[in-house]
Structures are given as structure tokens and as C-alpha cells.
Design a protein around this ligand. Structure first.
Ligand code: SF4
Length: 269
């Protein structure tokens, strides 16, 4: 199977995912028709060659994503991250975002909440979108839900919060904390993809339904996704509940702890 076929297959999967959001108006037939069906894989051909990556994986290093397969095609103005170390790559992504006006969320935001943490973190947390506190402070996961996330990281995983990387799928606050809409996801997702490829964590924890559905390209409910390891751009993904949900449903903390035990084990492997 050629790399082009792989890309087409990934694009079809992506189209199906966005079509699954079509209660907001994206017809499945329309999205799928944009992407031609790739030919069936030929068993005798070698697997697709990976695109070059910024650095080779050391034996003890996390498996680096080998290409942008699964990532949206980069917009023409996307920065070239090749040759940059993680802090430089993250800065290039932030510079690329600039004073972004690429979707309608720009009009109501106070801050672009890029995300923060260790640029070479082995563990990354991805939530949905900034809330009111995050919008004011310009930081991801502050406020009560942020404090609970800190507890999960520091009391549960026994890691300093500064050693992980935390961000959201969407960088600007949706009005009234509504769910992001498909056009907003499409506009913002290249930033998250390149953020992830800059940090290249060993594992991503998806926080809540929206982030988990985005990362795993599925419309399955979080109750079915939670606790089942998946992957995004070749990186392990553990879907779990959002801290804001845990504030409303403290009994679900037990489930999150079970998920964090798997995360800890995977980080030790
Ligand atoms: S949500 Fe993303 S795409 Fe939309 S304005 Fe903010 S940074 Fe730009």
C-alpha cells in the first residue's frame, strides 16, 4: 500500500468522523465524496514508508510518530518543524497561531489558550476547550476542574504538574461553554496536531467525551471509550472522564483512578 493510499484511507476515516458530527450539519455523503476510495492494499507490497521525523527514537525514548498520517494536510502557511527541538517547535506553532482569526470563536475570546507544560513531556493531557477561567488567564485547566486535574497528576500519578503537557483541542472559548462546532474543529485541529508532534509524548490522556472522540476519531460515547487504550498519530491514547464531570459525579473518580493505573503502567513499559 502506497503512502498516498494510506493518506486517502486516513482522510476517509476523518471524513466519517466529521460526518458523525453531522447533527450540526455536515452530511456524510458530502464529506465522503470529497475523498476518493483508495485501491485495496496489495499484500505483497511493503508497508508505507514513513515520512522523515525530526529526531530518531532512542531505545528508551517513546515511539515517535513516524509521519503525519492521520493528521490533516498542513495548511500552506504551516511552519516546518523539521530540525527544531521541542521548545522551538512549540514556539513555532504558537507563532503560527498568532492572533488567530481562522474561525468564529476569535470574536468572543479574551485569550488564545495554547496550552502549557513540559515541552518534552512523556504524558500529555488533552481537554476540550477553554472555559471562563482559562479564557481570562490564558492557561489551560485552571479553576476547580484544573485543580482536580492537578490532584489526578500529583496525588494520583505522583508527577509534578510541570512535568506533563496540558492543552485543549480548541484554543478559544466557545460562547457559553457550548461544544465546539465542526468548522471550528477543522480550523483549529492543525494546531493541536503540530503541538502533539512537537511534544511527542509517550501517551496522551483524553479528557472527556469531546477530546476522546476527536483523538480516537469516533462518535462512541465516553462511557464506552473510557479505559480502552487507543492511538492518535501513533501515540497511545487513554480516554477518561473530564475533571469537570468528576466535580459533578465524584463517584466516577474510581474509574479515572483505574485508567490512571493503566497510564502509569504504560509509562513504565
Ligand atoms: S479556536 Fe482555533 S482556529 Fe478558532 S480562532 Fe481560536 S485558535 Fe483560531
Amino acid at each position: 500500500m502506497s503512502e498516498r493510499d494510506d493518506v486517502l484511507r486516513e482522510l476517509r476515516a476523518r471524513a466519517r468522523y466529521y460526518a458523525s458530527l453531522s447533527s450540526l450539519g455536515v452530511p456524510a455523503a458530502w464529506t465522503e465524496s470529497l475523498v476518493p476510495e483508495p485501491p485495496a492494499p496489495a499484500a505483497s507490497r511493503p508497508p508505507a514508508l514513513a515520512a522523515s521525523t525530526r529526531r530518531a527514537a532512542a531505545p528508551s525514548a517513546p515511539p515517535a510518530p513516524q509521519s503525519l498520517l492521520g493528521a490533516a494536510p498542513p495548511p500552506p502557511d504551516a511552519p516546518d518543524l523539521n530540525g527544531l527541538d521541542a521548545p522551538q517547535a512549540l514556539q513555532a506553532v504558537r507563532d503560527w497561531i498568532g492572533d488567530c482569526q481562522r474561525c468564529k470563536l476569535a470574536a468572543g475570546r479574551k485569550s488564545i489558550v495554547f496550552g502549557q507544560g513540559h515541552p518534552q513531556a512523556r504524558l500529555m493531557f488533552v481537554g476540550e476547550a477553554p472555559g471562563a477561567d482559562e479564557d481570562v488567564q490564558g492557561l489551560a485547566f485552571v479553576g476547580r476542574a484544573g485543580q482536580l486535574l492537578t490532584d489526578i497528576i500529583e496525588k494520583g500519578l505522583k508527577l509534578p504538574r510541570a512535568e506533563v503537557y496540558i492543552c485543549n483541542v480548541i484554543k478559544c472559548r466557545p460562547p457559553g461553554n457550548r461544544n465546539p462546532e465542526p468548522d471550528e474543529i477543522l480550523a483549529c485541529q492543525p494546531f493541536l496536531e503540530r503541538q502533539i508532534l512537537s511534544v511527542r509524548p509517550r501517551l496522551i490522556v483524553g479528557l472527556g467525551k469531546f477530546a476522546c472522540q476527536f483523538l480516537l476519531k469516533t462518535a462512541e460515547p465516553i462511557t464506552r471509550l473510557r479505559g480502552k487504550m487507543g492511538s492518535y498519530l501513533g501515540i497511545d491514547v487513554m480516554p477518561t472522564y473530564h475533571p469537570a464531570y468528576l466535580l459533578r459525579n465524584p463517584g466516577a473518580k474510581r474509574d479515572v483512578w483505574e485508567d490512571m493505573k493503566v497510564v502509569l503502567q504504560r509509562l513504565r513499559d
